[in-house]
Design a protein around this ligand. Structure first.
Ligand SMILES: [Zn+2]
Length: 310
């Protein structure tokens, strides 16, 4: 008799509905462990530091409470925090997460969407906390520690997307520059694509190569060049479905919606900046993995330098 929703249902809960399930679950646990609701709430704060206002925290708290109902011993057990794990050295290093814990159930990373299993390390990245950036939910081990030191192609696309979303120019570290160069070089027909012909990126490639040679901590290129990279890579990639191919398609769709106001957003209310892009993303007729996760998220720069877009 478990009254707390299963993982897939928890992922779909938002706002008021999520708050209702959350307080219902507290009552259920309090009855099951014969303690007042206040004691359950205190136990949750010790385990999770629930901030209350974040839906992501409430979802993780629901998973935690369900694990208590399934294995009541866990409720009274002392639980060690996940703590800090070793970080890679060099230009791919990121600040330590602000919070880490062992996942209480099956879920997905809030940034890359990879599956997270119970017991996996999850955590919150150090946010900028100022507009246009919004707080990212619970991220996976790779996104907390390794996404800038051993970036996958999906990490590059996700980074470009959030930089386009915030519209500050696209900033890469030398490892990401190297990965992007390799991707372009492994896509032989890329210079014949319509996107490349319209906006050739040869000079940008020279800058990326120089940044790799000099191990420059941050290399910036313009939003337009970011869009061209995405469009040309998508156009030139003929191999079947890949995770990065799906993401490239999603970024293209959303940038096109932003450019054409395809979702009929009232620009008198939202302007033409990130608020407009967020409103467009929320109203899209064709939701993607990126629109469901939202943003824009601050994904870190190696140093605090202002964007220098030539
Ligand atoms: Zn991730």
């Amino acid at each position: 008799m478990l009254l707390i929703p299963v993982d897939e249902e928890i992922d779909e809960l938002h706002g008021e509905q999520l708050r209702r399930e959350f307080s219902r679950a507290m009552d259920t646990v309090a009855a099951a462990v014969s303690e007042p609701v206040g004691a359950v709430s205190l136990r949750l704060v010790q385990r999770l530091p629930v901030r209350g206002r974040w839906d992501d925290d409430r979802r993780e708290a629901l998973r935690e409470m369900r694990s208590w109902l399934q294995r009541p011993k866990l409720y009274r057990a002392r639980s060690a925090p996940a703590g800090r794990l070793p970080r890679p050295d060099g230009p791919g290093q990121m600040p330590y997460p602000t919070r880490t814990r062992y996942a209480a159930g099956h879920t997905a990373c809030a940034l890359c969407g990879d599956a997270v299993a119970p017991g996996d390390i999850i955590g919150r990245i150090r946010d900028k906390g100022t507009p246009p950036y919004i707080t990212l939910g619970w991220a996976c081990h790779h996104c907390l520690y390794h996404r800038r030191a051993t970036p996958r192609r999906v990490d590059l696309v996700i980074r470009i997307f959030h930089d386009l979303f915030a519209s500050n120019g696209v900033g890469l570290n030398p490892i990401e520059c190297q990965r992007l160069l390799e991707w372009v070089e492994e896509t032989p027909d890329i210079t014949s694509t319509a996107a490349w012909k319209q906006d050739p990126l040869d000079n940008t490639l020279v800058r990326l190569r120089t940044s790799v040679q000099e191990q420059k901590l941050n290399t910036w290129f313009s939003v337009t060049s970011g869009q061209t990279f995405v469009a040309a890579l998508h156009e030139a990639t003929t191999t079947g479905q890949t995770p990065e191919g799906d993401l490239l398609r999603a970024v293209l769709q959303h940038t096109e919606e932003w450019q054409t106001n395809a979702c009929d957003v009232d620009v008198r209310l939202y302007g033409t900046g990130w608020r407009y892009r967020l409103a467009t993303l929320k109203r899209t007729a064709h939701p993607t993995a990126l629109s469901r996760r939202g943003g824009p998220f601050y994904l870190h720069q190696a140093t605090r330098t202002a964007p220098e877009v030539p």
